[in-house]
Design a protein around this ligand. Structure first.
Ligand code: BG6
Length: 515
C-alpha cells in the first residue's frame, strides 16, 4: 500500500505553536458507504471532509469509499462527479488533482440503487468484498445514512436482509444523520427500527455541533481548570444564554424547513447538546459513556415546560422581508417551497430550568433563528452582580462578569470584567480578556465532519448522541412543539430579516446579548 503524507506532523515541524499537540489518530481500515451519495449533504460536507482527511494523511491507508444512491452512475462517472464537486467545494489549495487525487479516486466506487430492493444491497455486499480483496479494508464497514430521514428504516431493513448488518471478519457501524425523528413518537419508532438490527455501540447519531472544536473545549474549559468550577453554579451564576443565530434564510431547503421549524431544526439537537455540556457534572473519566451518562443525567433534570406555561417560557418568530448585509431579502413566506400562510417558526427562544442542586433557580435561555443580523453561536455565562458597591462614580454602571464561549465565527473564549479607567477619577468600565483558537494554537480548527467521520471510523462514540439523550431532548421540547403547532400565530411574520428577532423574545428575556 502507498503510504500517505502526514501533513499534521509536517506542520508541527514548522509551527512551534503546534508543539505538544497530539498526532491525530490513524484510523482503522474500512470501506465507508454513503447512502444518498448523489445528494446535497454528501457533495457539500461529507465528500470534502473525507477528501480533506485524505490530504491530511489521517485516513486509513486501507480505505475505500462507496456511493449508494438512486441517480444512475457507473464507477467512472461517479468519480468524475466527485472530482467536480471537490473542485467546487474545496478551497483553492486543496483542489482534486495530481497523484493525491488519483490515489483517492481509484478507491471510489458506486452502486446505483433502489433503496427498497434487496438485490441492490447484495450488489453492495459484493462490492465490499471486492474492496476487502483489493484495498485491504478488512471487512470493516461504515454505513453513513445521508438520505432523507424517511428512507432510514428501509435502508436498515435491507442491510439486514442482505446480511450486511454484521461481518464475520470486521466491524460494522451505522452513522445516522439528523433529524432523528420529527417528534418524540417518530424518534422512538426510528430507534426501534435501528435497534432491531444494530446494537447501541454500533449506532453513531451525528450532531455536527459536537464536532466543532470550541464545543469540545467546553469540557476542557470547565474541568481542566481550577478557577471556573467553584463558581459554576447557582451561587454565582445569574443566567446562561445559548445562542445559535444565522443570517442565512432557508436557502434551497424550504420544503424540509417548512415542516420542521427552528425548534426541531436547531434547539432539540444542537442547542440542547450545548446546554448539556455546559451544565453537566464532571464525568468520572473521558470515556464515551462516562461523558454521555453525565449529559443524560443533566438533561433528565430539565423540566419540560408545563403545557400551561408554554407561552410564558417560550417565544417564536417568523422573518418577513428585510435587509441583510446591506442587501434586501425576501420574507420566509416568499421562499421557494414554503406555504404562503406558513405557521412555521424561523426563530425560537426557550427558557428552561435544570432542577438540580447545582442549578436550582438559574434560568437557561436558548435561542436560534434564521435571517438574524449575523452568524453567531455562543454560550454566555452571566455572573451575579457584586454584593456591595464602594467604588466608581455614582454614574458608572458596574456590569456583571460574563464568560462567553465563542463557537462561531471567532472561535475562542472571552471574559468581561470591570476595570478602572486610567486617570485621577475612580471611573469603572468593562474590559475584555480574549482567547482565540487561531492565535492561541496557530491552526485553523478542522471542520466538524472531519472529526466526526474520523471518530466513527475509530469507533469513538464520545461525540455522538446516545439514544437516551435524544429521547430526553424530544421530551423537553414536546410541550412547546405541540402548543405551537396547534396555535396559529396571526402576527407572523413578526420580525424583519436582519433585525434582532421578534418582540416576544424580548418579553421572555430583555437581556439577550445583541446580535
Ligand atoms: C443544521 C440545520 O443542522 O445546522 C440548518 O439543519 C442550519 O438549518 C445548520 O443552517 C447550522 O449549522 P452551522 O454549523 O452552520 O452553525
Amino acid at each position: 500500500m502507498p503510504s500517505r503524507p502526514n501533513r499534521v506532523l509536517e506542520e508541527i515541524a514548522v509551527n512551534p505553536l503546534r508543539a505538544g499537540l497530539p498526532e491525530e489518530g490513524i484510523t482503522s481500515p474500512c470501506s465507508a458507504v454513503f447512502f444518498g451519495a448523489s445528494g446535497d449533504l454528501f457533495k457539500r460536507m461529507l465528500l470534502p471532509a473525507v477528501y480533506s482527511m485524505h490530504l491530511r494523511g489521517i485516513l486509513p491507508t486501507a480505505f475505500a469509499l462507496v456511493g449508494f444512491a438512486r441517480t444512475p452512475y457507473d464507477d467512472a462517472a461517479f468519480r468524475e462527479y466527485c472530482r467536480k464537486q471537490l473542485d467546487l467545494f474545496m478551497p483553492p489549495d486543496k483542489k482534486p488533482q495530481g497523484p493525491l487525487w488519483e490515489d483517492f479516486a481509484k478507491r471510489i466506487s458506486y452502486v446505483t440503487a433502489d433503496f427498497t430492493d434487496t438485490r441492490h444491497f447484495l450488489a453492495l455486499k459484493d462490492r465490499l468484498a471486492q474492496n476487502d480483496a483489493e484495498f485491504g479494508t478488512a471487512g470493516n464497514h461504515l454505513f453513513y445514512l445521508a438520505t432523507p430521514p424517511p428512507v432510514f428504516p428501509e435502508i436498515i431493513k435491507r442491510l439486514k436482509e442482505a446480511g450486511l448488518d454484521k461481518d464475520a471478519n470486521g466491524w460494522t457501524r451505522i452513522v445516522v444523520e439528523k433529524p432523528f425523528g420529527t417528534d418524540l413518537d417518530s424518534a422512538r419508532k426510528l430507534q426501534q427500527a435501528i435497534e432491531a438490527v444494530f446494537p447501541e455501540n454500533e449506532i453513531y447519531r451525528i450532531d455536527h455541533y459536537l464536532g466543532k472544536e470550541p464545543v469540545q473545549d467546553i469540557i476542557a474549559l470547565r474541568f481542566a481548570n481550577t478557577i471556573f468550577e467553584p463558581i459554576w453554579n447557582r451561587n454565582y451564576v445569574q443566567n446562561i444564554q445559548i445562542t445559535s443565530a444565522e443570517s442565512l434564510g432557508v436557502e434551497e431547503r424550504g420544503g424540509y424547513y417548512d415542516s420542521a421549524g427552528a425548534l426541531r431544526d436547531m434547539i432539540q439537537n444542537h442547542v440542547i447538546n450545548l446546554l448539556a455540556l455546559v451544565a453537566m457534572e464532571a464525568p468520572i473519566s473521558s470515556h464515551a459513556d462516562d461523558i454521555r451518562n453525565e449529559k443524560y443525567k443533566v438533561l433528565s433534570a430539565i423540566r419540560p415546560p408545563p403545557y400551561a406555561d408554554v407561552w410564558s417560557l417560550s417565544a417564536r418568530g417568523q422573518y418577513g422581508p428585510g435587509t441583510i448585509d446591506g442587501g434586501a431579502v425576501i420574507g420566509y413566506r416568499q421562499e421557494h417551497d414554503v406555504a404562503p400562510d406558513s405557521n412555521t417558526e424561523t426563530f425560537a427562544a426557550v427558557k428552561l430550568f435544570v432542577e438540580s442542586w447545582r442549578w436550582a433557580g438559574v434560568p437557561f435561555y436558548l435561542r436560534s433563528g434564521k435571517r438574524l443580523p449575523r452568524k453567531v453561536s455562543e454560550i454566555a455565562v452571566t455572573f451575579k452582580p457584586i454584593p456591595h458597591r464602594f467604588y466608581g462614580e455614582a454614574t458608572d454602571r458596574i456590569e456583571p462578569n460574563v464568560l462567553v464561549i465563542k463557537i462561531e465565527p471567532d472561535e475562542g473564549v472571552s471574559m468581561r470584567f470591570e476595570a478602572k479607567v486610567p486617570g485621577p477619577k475612580e471611573h469603572i468600565r468593562s474590559v475584555f480578556m480574549d482567547f482565540s483558537y487561531g492565535t492561541g494554537f496557530g491552526v485553523v480548527s478542522p471542520p466538524a465532519y472531519e472529526r466526526l467521520i474520523g471518530d466513527a471510523i475509530q469507533g469513538d462514540q464520545t461525540l455522538f448522541t446516545r439514544w437516551d439523550a435524544v429521547e430526553r431532548a424530544w421530551e423537553i421540547v414536546t410541550p412547546i412543539l405541540e402548543v405551537w403547532q396547534h396555535t396559529k400565530d396571526f402576527t407572523f411574520p413578526n420580525y424583519a430579516a436582519g433585525s434582532q428577532g421578534p418582540q416576544s423574545a424580548q418579553h421572555l428575556f430583555p437581556d439577550w446579548r445583541r446580535l
